[in-house]
Design a protein around this ligand. Structure first.
Ligand code: HEM
Length: 265
């Protein structure tokens, strides 16, 4: 470092890196020394900072016991097979969608003039924008695949039978919600593909007997796909569907907790 102290500025990184490594090693050594002597002098096992933090909160709010009652439940051995993980994977993908969706919402503009431009901005200008959009896209597809695979698992092992009938019905609603996420999200880029996919999709909804027309007008906010449809799909996609899905998932998990995982055939 002497040349730098003398005012020269070439090759600054090598001494800086060297000092950082030695400094860090020193800190690790000092911490180890403190930890060892503390265990010797107090004769109690060392508590990592995370455990201390939990104890600190628990002393004040007594949260450990009620949380343990909810969270600590052993998973039965038969449910460790991979096909019992499909529902959990679906739930995990939902979390990914929530996180990446919030990130996209920071930049996306739900108006006909700005929607496509904001997507292009996310793709080309926003740091990691293209990756985050790609993750949102693929996790959306993955969620549908995993949800259907989970449903097939439940069907094949007969876990829909009594007393789990209502959880099956709840699951069907969840599947519809997952598909509705995909349908409403597809319009948001507001390009030709989005516009025509929504036109065709809502036309299909319109062909349902009795309620079809009502559904079509509700989805399109009128008889044609317009800027009002975009606002409606955006509101459904980021407000109503997430609230409904969270509520139904909460109910789904509550029922699973009450009844336990169905025994294998
Ligand atoms: C967002 C969608 C869904 C999520 C996040 C989800 C999550 C879960 C989880 C974590 C379990 C525990 C066991 C396992 O993972 O296999 C489960 C069980 C169950 N799910 Fe789902 N699920 C969804 C959709 C569905 C669908 C579409 C159906 C059927 C139509 C369904 C019916 C059931 C039933 C009956 C059980 C109890 C199975 C048993 O006791 O073995 N779920 N779900």
């Amino acid at each position: 470092m002497h040349c730098h102290l003398a005012g020269e500025d070439k090759g600054l990184w090598t001494p800086l890196l060297r000092w950082s490594i030695f400094g860090l090693a020193g800190l690790v050594f000092a911490f180890g020394f403190y930890r060892t002597t503390s265990v010797w002098t107090t004769r109690t096992p060392w508590k990592p900072i995370s455990v201390r933090a939990v104890d600190w909160v628990d002393e004040r709010y007594q949260v450990k016991k009620p949380l343990e009652a909810v969270l600590s439940k052993p998973v039965p051995k038969f449910a460790l097979r991979w096909w019992y993980c499909l529902g959990g994977i679906t739930a995990f993908l939902f979390v990914i969608q929530a996180v990446t969706g919030i990130m996209l919402a920071f930049y996306y503009k739900p108006t006909p003039e700005h929607a496509l431009a904001s997507i292009q901005f996310i793709e080309t200008e926003v740091r990691f924008g293209a990756s985050i959009r790609a993750i949102h896209h693929w996790a959306a597809n993955g969620m549908i695949v995993m949800c259907i695979a989970h449903m097939l698992r439940v069907f094949i092992v007969g876990a829909y039978k009594a007393p789990r009938e209502l959880n099956w019905v709840n699951g069907v609603v969840l599947l519809i919600l997952v598909l509705a996420f995909g349908f409403t999200g597809y319009l948001l880029p507001w390009d030709q593909r989005a516009f025509w996919a929504t036109t065709v999709g809502s036309e299909i909804a319109g062909s349902i007997p009795v309620v079809g027309e009502l559904l079509l007008v509700f989805l399109r906010v009128g008889w044609t796909v317009s800027e009002l449809t975009l606002s409606r799909f955006y509101a459904l996609h980021i407000i109503l569907l997430p609230i409904l899905t969270l509520a139904m998932m909460g109910l789904h998990f509550l029922m699973i907790r009450r009844q336990g995982i169905a025994q294998p055939l």
